[in-house]
Design a protein around this ligand. Structure first.
Ligand SMILES: Cc1cc2nc3c(=O)[nH]c(=O)nc-3n(C[C@H](O)[C@H](O)[C@H](O)COP(=O)(O)OP(=O)(O)OC[C@H]3O[C@@H](n4cnc5c(N)ncnc54)[C@H](O)[C@@H]3O)c2cc1C
Length: 465
């Protein structure tokens, strides 16, 4: 058995896997393949992040949850990654009158999400990859074309020089605007759709106070929900917060209206009065940071010819309102690596096909749920009815832990497939609406009816990946 395993490793080590994109998904995938004996080349368009600050000196952070942590654990990086994170135990809602409400994410103390620096996490993965003998990293190298017949790619370096490289396996982890996807012919109308949101985002910095403390509680994801738009803030290790304004492109208010410093300040004074005094560089940040667009990309085909595969945002970019884009991209890598481990001699064309069939229903489900969550974050969290339903949901979990785990928890604290979560969430939502329809306070919820309704739900046991 030991000899056979070694032979497989030798034959794998002859395979040369090229990964286009050394972002979060690409650098994690490099580690997974290298640990299984593949020779891996990572081609990254940007310059080497290691030792450098984020673009424009901005701190860009993300919410990391169970799916992402699990994937990092699989390559032995859970502990190092954890050191870079700050726990966020719930949403802190900032109302227009300056009052706040804390809505916990869970009733279990061990269930929370974590704020992490995107470049920091990418650096950690690249650092680990650069130390692996099977991995070669090339920066300022863009994949511009793929020849599937010849199994070659054309790469452009920073000077604009073009060169050819060959591959046995090609992975497109080059993000939402993937050049690999385009070159593989996976952008035709029958397999590809891109829906842009009519809202965009802008990042703003909230520095630490003069005494070095956080300006607000670091234990929460802060939200200023304002109906058709919102401001959010996540904490950074340097005790600053990165705030993100999500706003319609055109409207009242909209990005099209905020064109001068006076209008901008008046809008913030009116809508985010408790935040504005903590944003000393509001005008500078707003007018110098780029306005980011948001959209959903769905592909019904991620693989061609059995030797090329898309994953991460290149295959399924989603809007950021469930905090799952990176977590889902990392989960792609975990699922692929589990599928690789299930077979001794990998037949890549069938493995890529099976991967695509198993992942697409799940990535479509999280794309839908992320769109729904925008309405929850920017509007519903300020609504009394929503808060009652949320409290009832946590109590149902308390009373019926085998049958009821709120949708947010299933997405963020479990690895139940997204498609199953989506279906479970629909059933739960009906139960919560029934229980809360004529009720204005928690004390009047009919728990006998709750038991009857919940008993009809399938058990959640055994639904993890
Ligand atoms: C505002 C905002 C907030 C977000 N918040 C969260 C969150 O809280 N939690 C969460 O899980 N996700 C979040 N996301 C989503 C998350 O950022 C993405 O899902 C994640 O970065 C996807 O990783 P990726 O490696 O697939 O793509 P990317 O991170 O985009 O990496 C792609 C890499 O490929 C490189 N590249 C591009 N073209 C080429 C080429 N032709 N050749 C070679 N290299 C190339 C790029 O330079 C880049 O390094 C958020 C996204 C946004 C916009």
């Amino acid at each position: 058995m030991a000899v056979h395993k070694q032979q497989v490793l030798v034959s794998r080590s002859k395979l040369h896997a090229v990964i286009g994109g050394g972002g979060l998904a690409g650098s994690l995938l490099a580690l997974v393949l290298a640990k299984r004996g593949y020779r891996v080349t990572v081609l990254e368009k940007r310059s080497d992040l290691r030792g450098k600050d984020a673009p424009g000196g901005r701190s860009i952070n993300l919410a990391l949850s169970e799916r992402g942590m699990y994937a990092l654990g699989n390559v032995g990086l859970a502990e190092k990654a954890l050191k870079q994170t700050i726990p966020m135990r719930g949403r802190l809602i900032h109302n227009t009158d300056g009052s706040t409400n804390f809505l916990p994410y869970s009733r279990h103390p061990h269930e929370f999400i974590r704020s992490v620096s995107r470049p920091g996490l990418n650096r950690l993965l690249l650092e680990e990859a650069s130390n692996h003998p099977n991995i070669k990293l090339f920066f300022e190298c863009s994949v511009v074309e793929v020849d599937q017949q010849e199994k070659t790619i054309v790469v452009q370096d920073a000077q604009g020089t073009l060169s050819k490289r060959s591959f046995d396996l090609l992975f497109g982890a080059d993000g939402a605007g993937s050049a690999i996807r385009k070159s593989l012919g996976l952008e035709s109308a029958d397999v590809f759709s891109s829906e842009m949101l009519e809202h965009s985002y802008k990042e703003l910095e909230m520095p630490s106070l003069e005494n070095g403390d956080f300006a607000m509680s670091p234990e929460a994801l802060h939200i200023w929900p304002r109906g058709t738009y919102m401001l959010i803030a996540l904490p950074n290790l340097n005790r600053s917060f990165t705030c993100t304004l999500f706003l319609p492109n055109d409207g009242a208010p909209g990005f099209n209206q905020l064109t001068d410093a006076d209008t901008l300040r008046a809008f913030f004074n009116d809508q985010f009065a408790d935040a504005v005094r903590l944003l000393p560089s509001l005008e500078h940040d707003f007018f110098s940071n780029p306005t980011g667009s948001l959209g959903t990309i769905r592909c019904s085909s991620w693989t061609t010819s059995g030797h090329s595969l898309l994953l991460g945002d290149a295959a399924h970019a989603i809007v950021p309102f469930f905090g799952q884009g990176m977590n889902c991209a990392f989960e792609d890598v975990s699922v692929l690596s589990e599928m690789m481990d299930q077979t001794q001699e990998i037949d890549w064309p069938s493995l890529m096909g099976a991967f695509e069939s198993s992942r697409i229903p799940n990535t479509n489900a999280i794309a839908d749920m992320a769109l729904e969550n925008y309405i929850e974050m920017r509007d519903l969290v300020a609504d009394e009815g929503f808060r009652l339903r949320r409290r009832v949901a946590l109590e149902l979990e308390n009373r019926f832990p085998k049958q009821f785990k709120p949708r947010y928890s299933l997405v963020s604290f479990e690895r139940v497939p997204y498609k199953v979560v989506q279906e479970t969430g629909r059933n739960q939502s009906e139960i919560l609406l029934t229980l809360c329809q004529d009720v204005t306070d928690f004390e009047h919820v009919d728990w006998t009816l709750a038991e009857q309704l919940v008993s009809r739900l399938p058990s959640l046991d055994g639904e993890a990946h």
